[in-house]
Design a protein around this ligand. Structure first.
Ligand SMILES: Nc1ncnc2c1ncn2[C@@H]1O[C@H](COP(=O)(O)OP(=O)(O)O)[C@@H](O)[C@H]1O
Ligand SMILES: [Mg+2]
Length: 394
């Protein structure tokens, strides 16, 4: 196109007015196209001529950068139109040194939030000559946030492994303390009733035993939550498993005035499950639902097929949760119940992940809560869902 324009310009004197009109129209369209492309980018782009005068500012640059008000394009120098002092002086120094710079980071405060901008300055090269400079800005706040979250998750994971190791190491001495406390108890028992220390020692021993129990529970719960699971996934019928479990809790539901509504998809494909773990997870969810309906209510359990996934949904019309609670429920030890452990849903989450599934929750305070687990249908079973016999009109 550019070559064509150049040739056309050389022959301009030979073109008639209609041809010139076409040429201008083509140029205008091309110009428009470039402007649209530049303005559609999230990145900020500013272009200067050799004297550092601003030639072009795209919409992204206006969004990302604090720019001075008034006319920008024309005689203004690049660093004069950038309102942020740090960035302006950085740009001035780089342009003065005639070097290019990649990915210099700046933090911009705006209405209480901090955004991170990465700034690059490159020469604008045309026909082997430097004709100016291109300033390129990218908002890297999101990316940085993601990286930080990943780093946190990784350090949390190694911390968890470490903590699991420590918890495991605590179990042995704890066992030994327990045994020796029992031995002391036996000794004390064998003392005659008149011995002065007999009563107080027995009392102290009781306290020690209670504390040993408590420590033991903490360690066992913790290990249960963080240990890698030895899941064995085999072909299972999720409907059967669900019905089994619901039969198991039926009595408890009745006792609590909770009506059970089941809606299981009879055509649900077979999925890969570890019965033991999955039942435990489902039980945890149902127990929570029961706790959430102290004055009775309805528990709805349904299964569905959705493309190459199956859905298991458990809904209650109990107390529900606030958004704040909802954001924390899968965290270990998070509980709002007086005698809760806060481990139930942590385990659920782990089990679902071990099954390559997902879990989501929707809740409204005073209205109720719905947990949805999705599990992948094994590839070998997918054909059975989508396969239709040839010539089948339905
Ligand atoms: N169905 C539900 N309705 C309302 N809140 C729930 C429900 N399920 C879980 N929660 C909230 O999630 C928290 C964590 O649950 P969980 O991990 O099972 O621990 P725990 O049951 O020991 O509190 C509960 O304390 C409760 O605040
Ligand atoms: Mg629970």
């Amino acid at each position: 196109m550019r070559g064509f324009v150049k040739r056309a310009l050389e022959k301009l004197s030979k073109l008639d007015s209609e041809q010139i009109e076409h040429l201008v129209q083509d140029l205008a369209e091309e110009n428009e196209r470039f402007a649209v492309v530049l303005d559609s980018m999230n990145d900020g782009v500013m272009v200067t001529d050799e004297e550092h005068r601003v030639l072009l500012v795209n919409k992204g640059a206006e969004r990302l950068l604090p720019l001075v008000t008034g006319r920008i394009i024309g005689d203004r120098l690049l660093w004069e139109v950038i309102a942020d002092e740090d960035i302006a002086s950085f740009v001035r120094d780089v342009l003065a040194s005639e070097e290019s710079v990649a990915d210099q980071e700046f933090a911009l405060e705006n209405a209480g939030t901090t955004r991170l901008l990465s700034c690059s300055i490159l020469p604008l090269v045309q026909a082997g000559r430097i004709r100016g400079n291109v300033l390129h800005f990218v908002d890297i706040s999101e990316k940085r946030g993601r990286e930080a979250r990943l780093r946190r998750a990784e350090s949390l994971a190694s911390l968890t492994t470490l903590a699991a190791g420590v918890a495991h190491e605590i179990k042995n001495p704890l066992g030994s303390i327990g045994i020796h406390a029992q031995l002391i108890a036996k000794l004390v028992d064998s003392l005659s009733e008149e011995t002065a220390i007999r009563r107080p020692v027995a009392e102290y021993l009781e306290v020690i035993n209670e504390e040993i129990d408590r420590l033991n529970r903490i360690v066992v719960d913790f290990l249960f939550a963080v240990r890698p699971m030895d899941t064995h996934l085999v072909n299972e019928d999720l409907n059967n498993l669900t019905t089994d479990l619901l039969n198991f809790v039926q009595y408890e539901l009745e006792q609590n005035g909770i009506e059970l509504v089941q809606d299981l998809d009879p055509a649900l494909p077979i999925v890969n499950l570890d019965q033991r773990y999955f039942k435990q997870a489902l039980l945890n969810i149902i127990k929570n639902a029961i706790h959430a309906m102290p004055d009775g209510g309805a528990l709805r359990v349904s299964t569905q097929t959705r493309g190459d996934r199956v859905l298991l949904r458990v809904s209650d019309n109990g107390v529900g949760m606030t958004e704040e609670v909802m954001n924390k429920i899968f965290e270990p030890y998070f509980t709002t119940r007086d005698f809760g452990s806060g481990i139930g849903l942590t385990l659920v989450y782990k089990v679902v992940k071990e099954h390559m599934g997902d879990i989501s929750v929707i809740s409204k305070e005073g209205r109720g809560t719905t947990f949805t687990i999705t599990l992948p249908v094994p590839p070998s079973r997918r054909e059975l869902i989508t396969w239709k016999p040839r010539g089948d009109a339905s």
